[in-house]
Design a protein around this ligand. Structure first.
Ligand SMILES: Nc1nc2c(ncn2[C@@H]2O[C@H](COP(=O)(O)OP(=O)(O)O)[C@@H](O)[C@H]2O)c(=O)[nH]1
Ligand SMILES: [Mg+2]
Length: 352
């Protein structure tokens, strides 16, 4: 899974990126034109607990790749969606837009004033316009080629939505339209998280109503985040981090909450395989069937699927071991069509 971080010049994209991947892993030329990719583990208390129980040599978290996009040049007023950036964004599964709300006189805003609502509207409009241009280009080409009318109808419907200044996230589509339009990888259809980059003194305050209303109206998520403080925290040793959070009066790190939020937004769930050799969180799409989940672990397990033995994490920790769960009849036998739930611990039985 891949998530693109976009935003205006100096909104704090690179600071957010570094707070996620760690300052060490990030490249020096943060103002270069390249796109930097960093892999981030999804924090999961349940996985930590399983590691305590099984004490395996190998631990695998669910993970997400974040991309710090090249971004706008200092003289640009937008987010700098160059053709190269657009291509990368199309391949992303979700978008995080960093919106500046922090005050820092030594860091000028490209539009001079701090106005998060204005910036959110501009970002949304930029994504919509990018999709609109793509649709118009396609329609023009189709007019010359006299091609598929179903595709044309779907595109016109999408165009109507964008004309009304609504992102394609809000468009109701039937299955045919979804099939046709998915191939275009429209930006305004991707899950969008507006990450409000706040000043340190605003930590803990809820975002203004006009901002939450905007997010709700456009079906996107909104979350306050103080990139600078999160970066500081990420640079501490793990044991110092906990102390720092207590000092700041915080329950958990914003970074952990942010990454979990993105994971949710991607509509992913985790199931676990656990044993003496490995504890592994597997990310799969919500609603996946047991047989397809087996295929994530190994193609042989999908091909030779017999059944899945399942117990949810919550029940497992009460019982304490797989052996005890099996003996007490708490390990359920499920067939190939069983819909895997978040937190399921699974043993696949297969034969090839
Ligand atoms: N005060 C304050 N400054 C920040 C915060 N986040 C970023 N900055 C500063 O804003 C400047 C631009 O940040 P950067 O991450 O490079 O922005 P980018 O252009 O979007 O990648 C840097 O000097 C950061 O230190 C924040 O939360 N609070
Ligand atoms: Mg940057």
């Amino acid at each position: 899974m891949k998530v693109a971080i976009i935003g205006l010049h100096q909104s704090g994209k690179t600071t957010v990126f570094k707070s996620l991947v760690g300052a060490v892993a990030s490249p020096k030329n943060s103002h270069g034109q390249g796109i930097h990719v960093g892999n981030v583990k999804v924090p999961d208390n349940r996985l930590d607990r399983l590691v305590e129980i099984f004490n395996p040599p190998k631990i695998v978290h669910a993970d997400i790749d974040f991309m710090d996009m090249a971004g706008a040049r200092p003289d640009e007023k937008g987010t700098g969606l160059t053709p190269q950036v657009i291509i990368e964004m199309r391949s992303a599964d979700a978008i995080v837009a960093v919106v500046r709300a922090f005050n820092n006189p030594s860091v000028p805003h490209p539009l001079d004033t701090i106005d998060p609502l204005r910036d959110m509207k501009n970002i949304e409009a930029e994504l919509n316009v990018t999709d609109m241009i793509q649709i118009e280009n396609r329609l023009q080409r189709m007019a010359r080629e006299r091609s598929d009318t179903m595709e044309k109808e779907a595109l016109l419907k999408a165009k109507e939505c964008l004309d009304a200044e609504k992102p394609l996230r809000l468009l109701d589509m039937n299955e045919t339209e979804i099939r046709i339009l998915t191939g275009f990888h429209f930006l305004s259809r991707k899950p969008l998280l507006l990450l409000l980059n706040i000043s340190e003194q605003d930590i803990g305050k809820p975002p203004g109503k006009e901002l939450t209303d905007f997010a709700e109206r456009n079906d996107c998520s909104l979350m306050p985040y103080c990139a600078e403080v999160e970066l500081e925290i990420s640079e501490l040793q793990p044991d110092e981090q906990a102390g720092f959070l207590v000092e700041m009066g915080l329950h958990d790190s914003g970074k952990d909450r942010f990454v979990r939020k993105v994971y949710e937004m991607l509509r992913l769930i985790s199931f676990f395989t656990a044993g003496e050799t490995e504890v592994h969180a597997w990310s799969v799409a919500k609603g996946i069937r047991a047989i397809n989940a087996a295929g994530k672990v190994h193609s042989d397990m999908e091909r030779g699927f017999i059944r899945a033995e399942i117990i949810n994490f919550e029940d497992f920790v009460k019982i304490g071991s797989m052996q005890a769960a099996r003996e007490s009849g708490h390990l359920r036998l499920e067939g190939k069509d069983y819909e895997v739930c978040d937190g399921d611990m699974v043993v696949f039985r297969f034969n090839v």
